[in-house]
Design a protein around this ligand. Sequence first.
Ligand code: FO1
Ligand code: 5AD
Ligand code: MET
Ligand code: SF4
Length: 381
Amino acid sequence: MFPGAAEYDLDVTVADEDVERLLSVGPADVSAASELTFARNVFVPLTTACRYTCTYCTYYDVPGEASLLSAEEVRERCRVGADAGCTEALFTFGDKPDARYTAIHDQLAEWGYDSIVGYHERACEIALEEGLLPHSNPGDLTESEFRRLREVNASMGVMLETTADVAAHAGGRRKTPGQRLNTIRAAGEARVPFTTGILVGIGEDWRDRAESLLAIRDLHERYGHVQEVIIQPVVPNERSDYDAPSTDTMRRVTAMARAALPAAVSVQSPPNLAPVGDLLDCGVDDLGGVSPVTDDYVNPDYAWPALEELRAVAEAGGVPLYERLPTHERYLPAEHRRDGFDGEPAPGSWLHERIPEALADGGVHGERFRAVARREGPLSA
Ligand SMILES: O=c1nc2n(C[C@H](O)[C@H](O)[C@H](O)CO)c3cc(O)ccc3cc-2c(=O)[nH]1
Ligand SMILES: C[C@H]1O[C@@H](n2cnc3c(N)ncnc32)[C@H](O)[C@@H]1O
Ligand code: MET
Ligand code: SF4
């Protein structure tokens, strides 16, 4: 059914009548959220080398320039983030760079790592040592890779982007909807609290948007692992001249996401790329990771708004703003949820013991994690 799905034993189904119903949903059909959340992160771009060449992306290297952050650089960036009060280390980087670049493979071997996954695992450990909770978004992974990385991650993610076969994903090596869906499935099998989403404006049509949201819903219904769905507008950059979708388009697609997904799943809008103030009444309840210390390396031309601006957005929308951890509350062990938590806890246990250990840490970092989880952090208002 989905392009590229034949290689996987994927049974994601989307009913035509559900697509039709979702296509008729607009902002008037959904309610505004009652609160707005965000996480404070430090972005650690392990490598800009990538096996893919998505035409909207400015992040990946041209061949010949591939390099990796060293373990010392990872530690230094994490330390800067922890000192600035961040709780999250965001590991977002090129997809399986060692599959394309022998220079990356050789560097990893010289440092004693079997693959980028092993080095990524070590980088997450360094983040934990420095008092941060890793959220990783390294691209397509297998179930066994998720099982390995979940031990050192508080949550992980991959953007579905779209279920459509778009020209933006052209080339010999490329993202396919089948592989992306399989990655989201594998994360569910491995019980990883998960972030996914769609990229709006890369050549997909309204039917594709509806189908993409319903495919995410189908996988979430099976595993219960989707904590948030990002509705991300494509933005122009020096490499590509995609038109950013209009505010009306973002309002409609955000409302469709809110209508398609269960209430427990957050709808996230990135405040440096989207007109978040105009999306609150369409169901946005989360602003994702915002960094006080690093650029958004994926979209470096789009600066993070200051916390004061986020507060102003929330105030104009008449909702309180709360800082959160990378792991959404319902996936945390019960002792780290608020007393008054009125959400639906996700069934079963989600986090490897190393994450609760970090939350229980006796030092300043553990104290900050627990304060943010209780919504008593310095930035909650
Ligand atoms: O799981 C993901 N998280 C992404 N995140 C993380 C996300 O915004 C939050 O950090 C999560 O909500 C976890 O708290 C980003 C954060 C940035 O600062 C910039 C870009 C992204 C992009 C993604 C992404 O594609 N997938
Ligand atoms: C990390 C995520 O960033 C998104 N991404 C990549 N390039 C762009 C762009 N030009 N505009 C908006 N989002 C982008 C993709 O959805 C990727 O999965
Ligand atoms: C820098 S893009 C985000 C990570 C990965 N390369 C992906 O596209 O999923
Ligand atoms: S969006 Fe991710 S996968 Fe695509 S080229 Fe950029 S870094 Fe690579």
